[in-house]
Design a protein around this ligand. Structure first.
Ligand code: SF4
Length: 368
């Protein structure tokens, strides 16, 4: 089987007659994956909107006037409830996304750590997409049982500045590196239909080709043009372009999972079937992809039935991490328990003394 490692070779591959390209991709796919299994993953926005970044495609950026309002962080319990629901509907992986520039070491991050522990305990693969991450934060997430970290390069290095100006391509690569160093599986891909040239699509793949270890998971998204964002006027890309991108990615990275991600509502079932044929082996299920629309669970179940596909089990591509206790959360809980015990004792003492109008002193949260 021919291997493609240079930009020129990948360009030639991308531009092959479509049916030749799909046939070659299907052949590679069958050598490394079960072609009848497709993983159903769910993507949940745990902290929506209000992001300080300027990604041109994103309705969650605070600077754009879109329908997305900034919301508070979800509670651990409500995330676990959604995870149980996703699992009951056939999802074996939950990706939790927060509209942050980067992770900060605060109470919200502690909550994410608890969410990771809780979802991993449900025997689902847990993925997070939380923006830039340093080595210590990666270690904490790994310790909590994180299976994968998503951090998309989005497009080629050359086209990146046309889409995002608030952080560098290099920053993205560093976060991916930090996930790798912590032993977390990497999920990283891109978006097509943002006005980029075919060279940029191939350029994105070249960025992964240059890594010592390419991502285990490569999501391919079609732009969902949202009103109010700088890319709102972009025309939807042709379904053939999506099929070409999936097929080229599959051939270039035979062992990675290629995920057919955002933009499926713009594709008919026939085009999605061609993507599965060409090597996509995962979809995001559920009626929302963070904030943009997605086919609902029932539509996808119907599609699986028609195409004869089965949902892939969790941890088919890697061992389940063990969730270990988190020292920071344990210390905080211990402190809270101690404070509660002190308050209880103080209240009991006052009751004995007949002073029943006691009000505890307000504690100001240290979250930033
Ligand atoms: S893609 Fe992520 S980092 Fe960029 S604006 Fe949206 S939420 Fe922020």
């Amino acid at each position: 089987m021919q291997s493609y490692t240079t930009k020129e070779e990948l360009l030639e591959l991308y531009n092959k007659p479509l049916l030749e390209l799909v046939f070659e991709a299907a052949t590679v796919h069958r050598l490394h994956h079960n072609p009848l299994e497709v993983q159903m993953s769910s993507l949940l926005s745990i902290k929506t909107g209000g992001c300080p970044e300027d990604c041109g495609y994103c309705p969650q950026a605070a600077r754009y006037h879109t329908d997305v309002d900034a919301q508070k962080m979800m509670t651990v319990e409500s995330v676990l409830e959604q995870a149980r629901n996703a699992k009951a509907n056939g999802s074996s992986r939950l990706c939790m996304g927060a509209a942050w520039r980067e992770i900060r070491d605060n109470k919200d991050f502690d909550s994410v750590v608890e969410m990771v522990q809780g979802v991993n305990d449900l025997n689902m693969e847990v993925c997070c997409t939380l923006g830039m991450m340093n080595e210590n934060q990666a270690k904490r997430l790994k310790n909590a049982g994180l299976f994968a970290y998503n951090h998309n390069l989005d497009t080629s290095k050359d086209y990146y500045d046309d889409v995002i100006s608030t952080r560098e391509y290099e920053d993205r690569l560093n976060t991916i590196d930090n996930a790798r160093k912590a032993g977390i599986s990497v999920c990283s891909g891109g978006i097509i239909g943002m006005g980029e040239a075919i060279e940029d699509r191939v350029g994105l793949l070249m960025s992964y080709m240059e890594m010592e270890n390419p991502p285990e998971s490569i999501p391919i998204n079609a732009l969902v043009a949202v009103e109010g964002t700088p890319l709102s006027e972009q025309k939807p890309i042709e379904q053939w372009e999506m099929i070409r991108m999936v097929a080229t990615t599959r051939i270039a990275f035979p062992k990675s999972v290629v995920r057919l991600s955002a933009g499926r509502t713009q594709m008919n079932m026939e085009a999605q079937a061609m993507c599965f044929m060409a090597g996509a082996s995962s979809i995001f299920a559920g009626d929302k992809l963070l904030t943009t629309p997605n086919p609902d669970f029932n539509e996808d179940k119907e599609m699986f039935k028609i195409l004869g596909l089965t949902a892939k089990a969790s941890f088919a591509d890697g061992e389940q991490p063990v969730s270990k206790p988190d020292a920071i959360i344990d210390a905080r809980k211990e402190k809270e328990a101690k404070r509660a015990a002190e308050l209880k004792a103080a209240r009991e003492k006052l009751e004995v003394e007949g002073k029943t109008d006691f009000q505890p002193r307000k504690v100001v949260s240290s979250s930033n």
